[in-house]
Write a protein that binds this ligand. Structure first.
Ligand code: SAM
Length: 286
């Protein structure tokens, strides 16, 4: 019958004791519901032998649950004011380690090799600061870290976009980028009432299972992503128009038509109808 951090009473006690004031600019909305935290951890697929990496521990609500359910937790926190608080709230959990660093500047790969065993099953789990959700996730994905999954609480609309399939209104370059690296699923939607203070937006839990191999063969990854961006530059425009416009310095309209023909993709379609494989074929045909 432990008194977990993630209850409204205990959280308010801690915040009052340290006269902590929330910084909106750091996306500080703390979770005060143990059930939600347990659901997130179950969804991440963490087991007793797993390693866990957290981004933004706050006062330690999720960190504590990760410590209970995994072998070891490292957590990146940028706000110095939270360090003495975490020292106290996590005193009973020697398997936790706080790293005082901006996650966007951190060398996570190096941290993994120094804090975890080789071949340990590692999961990234976080209630992310919403103002930098996309930069954080794209950084973690591009670095091709040796982790099994990334499970994050983020703004619901962003979760829906990242997991969207072709021919839906949410499908865009972000969906293709995220799904190139992962299998993406929205695991649940979460009410505002489980946070202090309550955020202005709706939240959802996104589970990204890291792919062992890319889902498509591309000759040049950077160019593949350029093509995806170009095809979605103006959603209502056809592929032919978006590509001609993007490459107007380097290709004639007729050349764009030839490339589309060779790739066997109808130039009057829109980006939102293309599968990952079709984007790959198109990029490889250039
Ligand atoms: N994990 C806690 C919880 O669920 O109650 C807090 C989550 S809160 C939404 C986001 C946390 O990320 C805050 O503690 C904030 O200070 C921290 N943070 C914001 N920007 C950060 C950055 N660039 N690097 C690391 N932590 C950051």
């Amino acid at each position: 019958n432990k008194k977990y951090i993630a209850t409204p009473t205990r959280t308010k006690e801690i915040l009052n004791k340290y006269t902590f004031s929330f910084k909106k600019s750091l996306g500080q909305n703390f979770l005060v519901d143990v059930n939600i935290l347990e659901n997130i951890i179950a969804c991440a697929g963490i087991s007793k032998n797993s390693g866990a990496i957290e981004i933004g521990p706050g006062i330690g609500a999720l960190t504590e649950q990760l410590a209970v359910h995994s072998e070891k937790v490292i957590a990146y926190e940028v706000d110095q004011r939270l360090l003495p608080i975490l020292d106290e709230t996590l005193v009973g959990y020697p398997n936790t380690q706080i790293i005082h660093q901006d996650i966007l500047k951190a060398d996570v790969k190096a941290a993994i090799s120094s804090h975890f065993q080789p071949d340990q099953d590692i999961h990234i789990v976080a209630n992310l600061p919403y103002y930098i959700t996309t930069p954080i996730l794209m950084k973690l994905l591009r670095e091709k870290l040796p982790v099994s999954s990334i499970t994050v609480m983020i703004q619901k609309e962003v979760a829906d976009r990242m997991a969207a399939k072709p021919n839906t209104k949410n499908y865009g370059s972000l969906s293709v980028a995220v799904q190139y690296y992962t299998n993406a699923k929205v695991a649940m939607h979460v009410p505002k009432t489980v946070f202090i203070p309550q955020p202005n937006v709706d939240s959802g839990v996104l589970k990204l299972t890291i792919r062992k191999e890319p889902p498509v063969q591309v000759a040049d990854e950077a160019f593949f992503f350029t093509i995806v961006q170009a095809c979605f530059a103006q959603r209502r425009k056809t592929l032919r128009n978006n590509l001609s416009n993007y490459f107007k310095e380097s290709y004639h309209k007729e050349q764009i038509n030839e490339i589309l023909e060779k790739a066997q993709i109808d130039g009057s379609r829109r980006g939102e109808s293309l599968s990952m494989q079709e984007f790959a074929t198109l990029a490889n045909t250039f």
